[in-house]
Design a protein around this ligand. Structure first.
Ligand code: ZN
Length: 410
């Protein structure tokens, strides 16, 4: 359960709403953690009434009004690939990455998180991952997770992927199962089909997405296994979701062909150098749009808390950096600078993710939906964040920190 707060009506006034589609200047009314109403600023007579009897509600009901000053109000970001327990470990236990702090998510505008295990699914466990999901929820975010990790047999709590999806509320599918990577279990087509089938059926039995979220390495086999799976089995294309597909330029082309066949592809907002054989997330989005592919079949995630390692030809790690959810709003600002429509780039970290992963009531500014919202300043920096109707960040200041999180130095 999220933290308790005083019940009140919150009215966000004078906000330039992107739902993600642009709605113009509006007021948004929030109560009980949900969006009640959205009214165009020109037509907001009742919302701007100065008495607390607005809407004919009983007097004495606390009303909080907040002037957004014309800033962009968007749905809270959904980061569907975050190492909430910390990732890494590819050069020994001392290189295990610590878990991100609570405010690493909130100050990045992330209000929904899907956690996962990566290379280290040996010393890190599904139980620890589920505890990480509960911790984020206790603190006021929405969270889910993928079960498994890079390897086979998959790390699970109940013994099977299908069992984890059906029995554990937080589990929405399996991931990140690694393919075309020297760190993978070198899956066969048969392995692939069995896991995808378990995800699909587990999802059906529990009304969840039942997605197989696949980590792609640098290997030249690329997306071959997914193509073979689509060619040979009855499993719907939406079940297969390859991620990191912008890490090699040719891999992105392969991913585009899969998006056309109905797969949902995920790109990673990692840093890309000019001379690198990779595309930044914003360039990948620009190319996707130019290719005229189904607009809903693409998303962007951060790999937050994950290690971003480089390896030599012998598989020895030569350097590493750590992913952060902040790369999402940075991607958004850079995409706009490239000429990508703001609402398209925004949908890749909000509505597209919620709809593919069946996160009900998330990813859009719409009456009845969760009051997960954020305000972006002119530079595209995250200024304010509201999750389930509660302020978590105001004026760029984190109002709530993790239990053991140090106060930020100012
Ligand atoms: Zn990965």
């Amino acid at each position: 359960m999220a933290m308790q707060s005083t019940p009140r009506l919150l009215i966000l006034e004078n906000a330039s709403v992107y739902a993600p589609e642009p709605l113009g200047l509006c007021s948004v009314v929030i109560a009980g953690g949900r969006i009640l109403a959205i009214a165009p600023a020109s037509d907001a007579g009742c919302l701007t009434a100065s008495s607390d009897s607005a809407f004919g509600l009983p007097t004495g009901l606390p009303i909080e009004r907040f002037d957004c000053g014309g800033q962009r109000l968007t749905p809270g970001f959904i980061d569907a690939h975050a190492h909430i327990t910390g990732g890494g470990g590819e050069d020994g236990a001392s290189t295990k990455v610590p878990p991100p702090w609570f405010s690493d998510f909130t100050t990045a505008g992330v209000t929904s998180v899907v956690g996962l295990l990566g290379t280290d699914d040996v010393t890190r466990t599904t139980a620890e991952l589920l505890a990480g999901v509960r911790a984020l929820k206790e603190m006021g975010l929405s969270a889910w997770c993928w079960t498994g990790g890079y390897h086979l047999p998959p790390t699970t709590l109940t013994g099977t992927i299908r069992g984890d999806i059906v029995h554990l509320d937080a589990v929405i599918g399996a991931g990140e199962i690694a393919i075309s990577d020297h760190r993978s279990s070198q899956l066969t087509l048969e392995d692939m089909l069995r896991i995808a089938g378990d995800c699909h059926v587990g999802g059906m039995l529990s009304r969840k997405a039942g997605v197989m979220h696949l980590h792609l390495g640098d290997g030249s086999r690329g997306l071959e296994l997914i193509r073979a799976a689509l060619d040979s089995a009855e499993i719907p294309a939406r079940v297969f979701q390859p991620t990191h597909v912008n890490r090699r330029r040719a891999l992105l082309d392969e991913a585009f062909a899969l998006a056309e066949r109905g797969c949902h592809i995920d790109i990673t907002a990692f840093p890309v150098a000019d001379d690198e054989d990779a595309y930044s997330a914003e360039v990948a989005l620009q190319r996707y749009l130019a290719a005229g592919l189904p607009p809903a079949n693409i998303s962007v995630s951060s790999d937050g808390g994950g290690c971003l390692p480089e390896f030599d030809e012998h598989g020895k790690m030569t350097s590493m950096s750590v992913g952060r959810s902040h790369s999402l709003h940075q991607m958004l600002a850079r995409a706009v600078a490239l000429g990508v429509p703001f609402e398209f780039a925004l949908s890749a970290i909000t509505s597209n993710v919620a709809e593919h992963l069946r996160l009900a009531g998330k990813g859009r500014i719409r009456p009845g939906f969760a009051a997960d919202l954020l305000l972006l300043d002119e530079a595209g920096e995250v200024d304010c964040v509201i999750a389930d109707g509660e302020w978590l960040v105001k004026g760029k200041e984190a109002l709530r920190l993790g239990v053991f999180e140090p106060e930020p130095s100012r």
